[in-house]
Design a protein around this ligand. Structure first.
Ligand code: PMP
Length: 405
C-alpha cells in the first residue's frame, strides 16, 4: 500500500520517504461509489458550519485577523487554550507561555521531532501506532521501537523491562485517549507509571490527544471519561491537542503545552517553517472554544451521534461476521478495531472490498512489520447508521468473494 519514492538528484533524506498508506487510501476512496470507513475524518454533516461562518464574520472585523501574528500563536487563542487545558487537568494552572499553536497537531509532531530527535535516536511508539507519527519519526531518521498496547493502553511494564535492559529513548509517543487505531484508553495506573518512568529515565513523553473530548459519557456510568492526562503526573510530558475533530480540520489549528525550553526551541523551528499560523483561523477557533455554552452543547451532539454510529457499526459487524471477527467496543473517538479469527488477510480483503465499494485500513498500515495482518481499522465517524449498515453488508460480500477464490 505504501509508495516509496527514490528520485535522482534530491537530498539523501528523500530516499527514505514513504507515503502514508492511509493518505494513499484516501485517494482511492474518493470515488463516489465507495463507502469509506478508512480515513480518520470527522463527520462532515456534524461540522458546525453556521457557527464557523459566524466566527469567520466576527474575526474579519478585527484588523489583526488579516495580518501575521506571533510565531507561537495568536495570544487570544493561547489564552483560551491555556484556560481549557487547565480545566482538562483538573484545575492545574497552565501558563499561556507554555502553549504553542501549530498548523494542526501534525505540525506539532513534526516540529517536536526536529527539536527532540537527533538522527539515530530511539523513539518509542505504541504498537499499533498512529501512522502520522510513524511518518514523522521516520523522516526525523529516528530508530523506532514499539511497545504493544493492550486494553488499558501502552504496556508500561514491558516498557520498564526494555528500559531496564538498556533501551534509552529520547521520546515516547502515545495516544492515551481513544487510541488511533485501537480505540482503547490508557488506565490511570499506566499513566502514572509512564510518567514515573519518564522522570526516572529522563525521556520526553508526547501525549497526543486529538480524541479526548469525544468521550461517549453515558449518564449511568462514567465509562468513556478518560482519566487525568499523563501531563498531570510529570513535567516531562508534552501534551498535544487539536481543533480538528471537535470543530473542523480545515481550520488547521492544533497546539501543545510544554516546558519553556521546548517551547523556545519549537518557536525558532516554526519561524523557519512558516513564520506563523493563520491569524484568521486561530481567531475563529478562539471565538468558538471560548463560547463554552455553545461548545458544550456541540460536544453533547457530537458524542451522542458518534456513540450511536459506533454502536451501529459494531452491531452490524457482529450480525454479519459473528464469531469470525472480534470487534472492539469503542468508548470514544472515531475508530473500531477488528480482528479476523478465520485467517483472513485484511490487505487481500481490501482489494475485494474496494471492488465491492467499501474501504477500511488494513492493520499492517499501523506497524512496521507484518503483524496485524488479520486486523483492520474502521472509522464509524463519517457515516450515518444506515450507511454503516450498507458498508458492512458490502464488506461481508467482499469477504465471501475473497474467501471463495
Ligand atoms: N494525532 C493523532 C493521533 C491523529 O489521529 C491525528 C489526525 N488523524 C493527528 C495527530 C493530527 O491531526 P491534526 O493535524 O488535524 O490536528
Amino acid at each position: 500500500m505504501s509508495t516509496t519514492y527514490r528520485p535522482a538528484g534530491l537530498a539523501a533524506r528523500t530516499d527514505s520517504l514513504t507515503s502514508s498508506a492511509i493518505r494513499d487510501l484516501l485517494a482511492l476512496t474518493a470515488r463516489d461509489d465507495v463507502i469509506s470507513l478508512a480515513g480518520g475524518l470527522p463527520a462532515t454533516d456534524l461540522i458546525p458550519i453556521d457557527r464557523i461562518a459566524a466566527a469567520a464574520e466576527a474575526a474579519l472585523r478585527r484588523p489583526d485577523a488579516v495580518q501575521y501574528c506571533e510565531t507561537s500563536g495568536h495570544r487570544t487563542l493561547r489564552s483560551v487554550v491555556a484556560a481549557r487545558e487547565s480545566l482538562t487537568r483538573g484545575g492545574m494552572p497552565v501558563p499561556v507561555e507554555s502553549v504553542i499553536v501549530t498548523h494542526g497537531s501534525q505540525q506539532a509532531l513534526t516540529l517536536l521531532a526536529q527539536a527532540l530527535i537527533d538522527p539515530g535516536a530511539v523513539v518509542v511508539v505504541d504498537e499499533p501506532a498512529y501512522t502520522g507519527a510513524l511518518q514523522v519519526f521516520s523522516i526525523a531518521e529516528a530508530c523506532i521501537e514499539s511497545i504493544p498496547i493492550t486494553d488499558t493502553g501502552m504496556d508500561t511494564d514491558e516498557l520498564e523491562r526494555r528500559l531496564a535492559a538498556g533501551l534509552r529513548p529520547a521520546v515516547v509517543h502515545t495516544v492515551a485517549n481513544f487510541h488511533n487505531p485501537r480505540g482503547v484508553t490508557m488506565s490511570e495506573q499506566r499513566r502514572r507509571h509512564l510518567a514515573a518512568l519518564a522522570d526516572r529515565y529522563g525521556f520526553w513523553v508526547i501525549e497526543d490527544d486529538p480524541y479526548g473530548e469525544i468521550c461517549f459519557d453515558t449518564t449511568e456510568s462514567d465509562i468513556g471519561v478518560p482519566p487525568l492526562p499523563i501531563a498531570c503526573h510529570s513535567d516531562r510530558v508534552i501534551r498535544l491537542s487539536s481543533a480538528s475533530k471537535i470543530l473542523a480540520p480545515t481550520l488547521r489549528v492544533g497546539w501543545f503545552v510544554a516546558p519553556p525550553s521546548i517551547c523556545a526551541a519549537v518557536e525558532l523551528l516554526k519561524q523557519g517553517a512558516d513564520l506563523c499560523g493563520s491569524s484568521m483561523t486561530q481567531l475563529m477557533a478562539a471565538e468558538m472554544l471560548a463560547d463554552t455554552a455553545w461548545l458544550d452543547a456541540h460536544l453533547v451532539v457530537l458524542r451522542r451521534e458518534y456513540a450511536c454510529r459506533a454502536t451501529a457499526l459494531t452491531n452490524a459487524l457482529g450480525a454479519e461476521f459473528g464469531d469470525r471477527l472480534t470487534v472492539s467496543r469503542p468508548e470514544g473517538g472515531m475508530f473500531a478495531w477488528a480482528t479476523f479469527r478465520d485467517g483472513t488477510d485484511t490487505g487481500e480483503l481490501l482489494d475485494a472490498a474496494l471492488d465491492h465499494g467499501v474501504a477500511f485500513v488494513p492493520g499492517t498500515a499501523f506497524a512496521s512489520d507484518a503483524q496485524y495482518r488479520h486486523s483492520l481499522r474502521l472509522s464509524f465517524a463519517g457515516s450515518t447508521p444506515a450507511v454503516l449498515a450498507e458498508a458492512v453488508r458490502r464488506l461481508g460480500a467482499a469477504h465471501t468473494a475473497s474467501t471463495r477464490v
